[in-house]
Each structure stands twice: as structure tokens, then as C-alpha cells.
Design a protein around this ligand. Structure first.
Ligand code: NCD
Ligand code: ZN
Ligand code: ZN
Length: 454
């Protein structure tokens, strides 16, 4: 809160209340519909949402013809620092997030070395506090030696991440009994996210094709691992969040198991909806990702199954260009996603495959609810003033060379996609204005997890 300077008589400094900012004339996108409403931001929070608000002295922002969305929340981001800052660091990842309309990210633990101890969690949180420009949380990685640690760190982490199959990094829990023990030892209030590809199955198909990643890691690997996770969740009677589901069969299996276990959720990534295994053959290194892009028929099935999916996350996984262009077999898997997320989903809205309300549910409301993020995910009074002012008209071409991420490519390079972010506020601070990012490293904060939780 600003402080009034000492008056002519040398009176003591008196705090004055800043009347805040009034966004007027726009349409607020909620999970229940799009409503004409003004939004009053005061300090870091939303003070009021309503029609014809009047706040004397407030700065005024004209949002005529614009949409007002809650800042997006991405629960699946690989920041890479510590260990691989040449790929990405807390500054660049969070700048990429804000440029993409994402005001909160949750960072994965497959760093080098992996985030698997209290000391490494705290080291990462220190790096994040210094570098982050958006709000953030970090996962603990599961190992054979840290069963029960997530419960001890519940105040510092946003969840536990379990890798059932090998992917970037060294984390691997390819043992059902270990998976089950982690599920039993982690309180139900702490989300567990799982990379569900079965390690034995991956080994069976490894090297099947020099050019087709989908043949080397076919759908059965993901479906088998998801079946194992669901069995473990049933046995432990606790929820699990399945990361980056890539096949309709997985979504169906998760949806069916929800009748027996509470808290079974899943995410889908834009690339598994917008790209196919056939595209991957053409894209070379930039089309390589775990789980792989799937054949067109499965991609269409995933769209059909989307009503049963809980949220959309990017799996933002930056690598250096050298690591993407070193030959398909050894190329790193993954690519950046933070700066293409919103335009891709707006394309789905334009094509009639998604409503704006569902977009907000998948990218803000559901991530906040399922990860218990206090004050996040909605444009409503009392919530953090994380706001995207969006012009849904117009198109722009995806140019990763102009992105904030350090990664210099994307499978969506050259695509023409709708929408433009006019302004973005993170906790009331204007971070993006007319395409210009204005943020300070270290201005991001760790998320607060809501409690008490069951
Ligand atoms: C991710 C990475 O590079 O960290 N890569 C990927 O292909 N998705 C790891 C992961 O999420 O599996
Ligand atoms: Zn993964
Ligand atoms: Zn990932």
C-alpha cells in the first residue's frame, strides 16, 4: 500500500488507500457462462465483480469487446533450474508463463539432481523466490528411499510426482509395491501426479522404429500403466492425478474407476489434441514427446473423451536446439508449451470444440480446486487479482524464436492462431501491456495450499 509522504507540517506518514483499478465494459468468463461485468481490483485482490461498478479515484481500464479471464494455472511445467539452466530457468519459464496468460505454474521434480529430499525442495524454492515472476509451487519426486517424505513436506510442496516409466531425468518407480506404498503414505489432501507409461512395456517396444516414437512407446504402455495406477488407487483408497493422458482408453478407464475411488483426475496436453503421430513423422525432433503423439484416430477419440478430462496442462518441457536436432533416436523428448497454450485452446473455441467457460474450467478453476490453491482460478471477489484481458479476435502466427522461453522451437511454429492478450495482471500488478512484459524477477510467490483438507 502506498505511503503518503510527510505533509508540510512534518506530520507522520499516513497510509492512504489506493482506490485500485476498475476494468469496465468487458465480459467476465466464469465456469458457468460469460457475463457482462466490471471488475474492481484493489491491491493484490479482486474487490468486486458486478455491473456498473463505480469506484471514485480508481484507475480505469476500458474492456469494451474484451474478455476477462482468470490467470491460467499450469500444473505441469519443467522449469529446469537447478541442473539445466541452459534449457530454462525460473526467470525465463515464468516470463514465458506470463506471456502466455499463465499466472501460476507447478514445477516438476525431474531436475538433475532430482528434487527428492527436503534440502532439494528448499533449494529449489530459494531459486524460485529469486527468479520467479509468476506464482509457483513445486513437486517432490518419489523414490524408493523417500516414502512418507511428502507428508512431512506438505507445507512446502504442492504434490508428489511418481514416474512409472523412464522419461527425461533419472526418476523411476517401476515397481507396483513402491507405487502402492507411496499412495498409502501420502495424505489424501496432497495430490499425487503420475507419469503413466509402463517401464517393462517401454522396454518391450524400445527401438521398434528409427523414426516413429509412437511405435517405440505405443499406447499400450500408457494404458497398462494407467491400469496399474488405478488398481493401486483402489487398493489404497486414495486419489491420483494422471498426467498427460494421450489415449481415449485411459480417460475411459479413469472415468470408470471414479465410481470406486474419490479424487481420480487426469490432465490432457494441447499437443495430444492438436497433433498426431503422422504429424510427428514430419516434425522430426520437435515432434518428439513422452508420451508420444498418437495416431489420428486416437486423437479424435481424445477429443470425444474431453468432457471426462479434468484439466489441461502444457507439460512445458524445454530442451536446447542441439538436443532436439541430434538425430531422432537420441533427441530429447518434450518441447515448450506455455506460450502456445491459450491460442491453441482459443482455436478449439473458434472451431466449436470447446466453450470459453470450459476453457476456464480446464485451465484455471479445476487446477486451483484439485491442487487446493488458495485464492486462485476465478475472477470473483476475494480471489487474487490474476487477470487476463483478452481480445479474442485477430490471429497471429506462432514464432517460437520470439518467445520468452529459452527453447527455440515448437511443433506449432508457423501456425496461425486466434486471440491476443491485451493486458495481464498478477496479484494486481500489471505484468503485460500491449505485448510488453514488465516484470521483476522474484516478484512471484509460492502458492498457498488451502486447509484444512481431507
Ligand atoms: C518431459 C521432460 O523433458 O522433462 N519430457 C516429455 O517428453 N514430456 C518429461 C515428462 O513429462 O515425461
Ligand atoms: Zn511425463
Ligand atoms: Zn512433464
Amino acid at each position: 500500500m502506498p505511503i503518503r509522504p510527510a505533509g508540510p507540517l512534518g506530520t507522520a506518514l499516513t497510509p492512504v488507500s489506493d482506490p485500485g483499478t476498475l476494468i469496465h465494459g468487458g465480459s467476465v468468463v466464469t465456469t458457468r457462462g460469460v457475463l457482462r461485468a466490471d471488475v474492481h481490483m484493489l491491491g493484490e485482490r479482486i474487490a468486486a465483480v458486478g455491473t456498473d461498478l463505480s469506484v471514485p479515484g480508481a484507475a480505469s481500464v476500458d474492456a469494451t469487446d474484451l474478455l476477462i479471464l482468470p490467470g491460467l494455472i499450469d500444473v505441469h511445467v519443467h522449469v529446469r533450474e537447478p541442473g539445466a539452466s541452459e534449457k530454462e530457468d525460473w526467470q525465463t519459464a515464468t516470463r514465458a508463463a506470463l506471456a502466455g496468460g499463465v499466472t501460476t505454474i507447478l514445477d516438476m521434480p525431474n531436475n538433475d539432481p532430482p528434487t527428492v529430499s527436503a534440502a532439494r525442495v528448499r533449494q529449489k524454492l530459494t531459486l524460485a523466490a529469486q527468479g520467479a515472476a509468476c506464482d509457483y509451487g513445486v513437486y517432490l519426486g518419489a523414490t524408493a528411499d523417500n516414502v512418507g517424505l511428502a507428508a512431512e513436506l506438505a507445507g512446502e510442496i504442492v504434490g508428489l510426482k511418481i514416474y512409472l516409466g523412464s522419461t527425461t531425468g533419472s526418476l523411476l518407480t517401476d515397481d507396483w509395491s513402491l507405487l502402492y506404498r507411496h499412495l498409502c503414505a501420502t495424505p489424501a489432501s496432497l495430490p499425487i501426479a503420475v507419469h503413466a507409461e509402463d517401464e517393462q512395456c517401454l522396454r518391450a517396444f524400445a527401438g521398434s522404429s528409427p523414426v516413429d516414437h509412437n511405435r517405440n512407446r505405443p499406447p499400450v504402455c500408457a494404458e497398462l500403466a494407467t491400469a496399474h495406477v488405478l488398481a493401486a488407487a483402489r487398493a489404497a483408497q486414495r486419489g491420483v492425478h494422471i498426467a498427460h493422458v494421450s489415449t481415449p482408453a485411459e480417460v475411459m478407464a479413469i472415468a470408470a474407476a471414479r465410481r470406486q475411488v474419490l479424487g481420480l483426475t487426469c490432465e490432457v496436453c494441447p499437443h495430444h489434441l492438436f497433433l498426431t503421430a503422422e504429424d510427428a513423422l514430419r516434425l522430426g525432433g520437435w515432434g518428439k514427446v513422452n508420451p508420444p503423439l498418437r495416431p489420428g484416430a486416437l486423437v479424435e477419440g481424445l477429443w470425444q473423451a474431453l468432457p471426462l478430462v479434468d484439466l489441461v496442462a502444457t507439460d512445458h518441457a524445454p530442451h536446447t536446439s542441439a538436443q532436439k536436432h541430434c538425430g531422432y533416436a537420441v533427441a530429447a523428448a518434450g518441447f515448450p508449451g506455455l506460450e502456445s497454450l491459450l491460442p491453441l485452446l482459443l482455436l478449439a473455441v473458434r472451431d466449436g470444440r470447446l466453450t470459453l467457460s470450459r476453457l476456464v474450467e480446464l485451465t484455471a478453476a479445476a487446477p486451483a480446486r484439485l491442487f487446493h490453491l488458495a485464492g486462485k482460478g476465478s475472477v470473483a471477489p476475494g480471489y487474487d487479482a490474476d487477470i487476463v484481458l483478452l481480445d479474442p479476435t485477430g490471429e497471429s502466427v506462432v514464432r517460437p524464436e520470439r518467445w520468452q522461453t529459452k527453447a527455440r522451437g515448437s511443433p506449432f511454429a508457423g501456425w496461425s492462431l486466434p486471440g491476443r492478450i491485451v493486458r495481464l495482471w498478477r496479484r494486481g500488478e500489471l505484468c503485460l501491456d500491449a505485448g510488453e512484459l514488465q516484470v521483476t524477477a522474484g516478484s512471484g510467490r509460492p502458492v498457498r495450499r488451502e486447509g484444512p483438507l481431507s
